[in-house]
Design a binder for this molecule. Sequence first.
Ligand SMILES: *Cc1c(COP(=O)(O)O)cnc(C)c1O
Length: 229
Amino acid sequence: MADPSLAQRLAHIDARVAQAARAVGRAPEEITRIVVTKFHAADLVTDLYDLGVRDVGENRQQEFSAKAELVGPRDGLRWHFIGQAQTKKARAIRAAASVVHSVDREKLADALDRAGEGMPDLDVLLQVNLTDDPARGGVAPGGLERLAEHVEACETLTLRGVMAVAPLGAEPAPAFAALADLAERVRMIAPQATWMSAGMTADFAEAIAAGATHLRIGSAITGPRPDRG
Ligand SMILES: *Cc1c(COP(=O)(O)O)cnc(C)c1O
């Protein structure tokens, strides 16, 4: 039996998402709220599924693969992979993900592409690094268009848009505005790339105002993560 407060937190966040959308003249229905379930047991995913959640996000391949296996196939359930990915894990990621948000280099795109032979096409987003720290995931803005052209040419990948995490300790709004500009540049190369994955627990309202189509919300819905290992 699901924790009753899970349903309450989910409803509360969905109400705030709808309110933030309407406040900037957007329709809440055009926004996909992904629940990030990292560090939580597979049971949380099934509880969320029973509450109507169909989009869940994970950021570590091993945890993701194990959880997807435990949850098993569920009608309409989409797993979003949102973490930094090693090329050698591409096959495992592709086996269970509906969307990969974190493509940030050609080698990773190629590995995901190769892993997709005989499978339905994979939706991918290009993760952009909005900080000056190269250790954070994502392609530098200056390399984004070239990566977009490369992914466009990958036969089994469908380029859907861009993804970013707002820099720590900075105002999120200007970062998301910069991301929206970059998203537009990607659309010149790939007109179907209309998604913008941005906004987490602390900054989803700013992301919605900047045009985010996919929010990645964890702790505000799931409660505190049990271990941050
Ligand atoms: C963990 C995580 C989130 C969710 O973060 P919360 O602050 O718990 O909402 C979103 N995006 C990425 C890439 C994450 O790793």
